[in-house]
Design a protein around this ligand. Sequence first.
Ligand code: ADP
Length: 479
Amino acid sequence: MKKILVANRGEIAMRVMKTAKRMGINTVAIFSSVDRNAPHVKFADEAIHIGGNPSNESYLLGERIIEEAKKLKVDAIHPGYGFLSENAQFADAVKKNDMIFIGPDSVSISMMGDKLAAKDAVKNYDIPMVPGIDKAIKDKTEAHDLALKIGYPVLIKAAAGGGGKGMRVVNEAKNLNAQLERAISEALSAFGDGSVFIEKYISSPRHIEFQILADNYGKVLHLFERECSIQRRHQKVVEEAPSSILTADLRERMGDAAIKVAKSCNYTGAGTVEFLVDDALNYYFLEMNTRLQVEHPVTEYITGLDLVEQQINIARGEPLLLEQTDLKINGHALELRVYAEDVFHDFLPNVGQMKTYKIPQGNNIRVDDGYEQGMEIPIFYDPLISKLITYGKSRTEAIQKMVEAIDQYLIVGVNTTLPFGKFVCQHQAFQNGLFDTHFVQKYFNGDQLKADTEEEAKVAAILALKLYFEDQVLLRTPN
Ligand code: ADP
């Protein structure tokens, strides 16, 4: 493998290319018009303008990307996450055009890409699943009967779902019809597939997922868990590894279950098996993501492995040399997704120009980003600016490091999730490890944080003024 095309943008394109370069592999970037001057374009050995700004005119144009890759004699395509990363047709087309798709086989992608097909695949492996049905709902009468059988509250989900879309909680029967209609129309517009199903709504769950690595020779390992319960709109914002609630025994059982899920679809490469864990520590299989996960760096910190390097090695047919017993958890890592969002107003996207952009530096601080000072965060894509990752020997140390790093991170021009990250790190429930996926609803108040932040800024300004006057007095005081 001498040349890799990265079919993505932003931080993940940079992330993949950095490892490729380190491994002596040449890199090709693709870009839309608005990304012409983006860091991933400058960093790559070669770059191709793929089309207009909307992703369906650029980063989603599988055929065109393959055509360009062939012209440049590319050996392999890395899809990153999002865009074409879970598109089975694309994975197949890459292969048919004699290139390597850095990811699993298209059959595994199709099976796990559909939540119902995934439930069906793992059925024979004795994996606990959220109580519910494993078939798409046909009509309202069926939905009512099922919801009653499962017991309210229930959750309506899109079979093709992703990114928390097409999901509706229903607390009582009288709301079922309306929510069903909404979920179907949301699923249709987001995924072009209106199939929905119903499962039990677990009332205070934690989202805990396992990182998997599988080679082409039947070896499957797990690289422990990531705790991803701090979410807004069913989407993760803060992640950590390891989870503070897993015992060694539970970790082993969940790790084994994750390996079985990977085996159920003949998985190869790096993947993630997601579970919900309830307050009695029962775990339920949620879904498998057949790609590199946004939050993979926390696993890299605690295992010392480079997951992109592992993906590349597996894709070029190398066997995994590690054994499960070689793998140990070392220390604790935390990740904050730094989104261009207004945390004071319901986490709404807040795109625009970053007039000032200074990243924190120091030991045990890692920033994976894809922007530079002066750049615009475009409206066309996910508003993720960067990922801020910190590491410590203990959880407390990693949290302290995160607060330090957030204080050093300077972004002016757009609102970001940085103040939210600090709020989380300083919250007692988080520090004590006592939280679930409802942390934001339970504890977070944008108006309150705004008032506190403004108060903090005022105090800082007064202190600066006081220091200034003291300096003036000192300067003027004769010896
Ligand atoms: P998506 O593929 O859209 O990300 P997931 O199935 O991975 O959807 O779920 C995303 C999040 O939604 C979970 O992390 C959790 O917070 C919530 N969720 C999903 N299923 C349930 C459930 N049955 N009960 C409670 N919360 C759930």
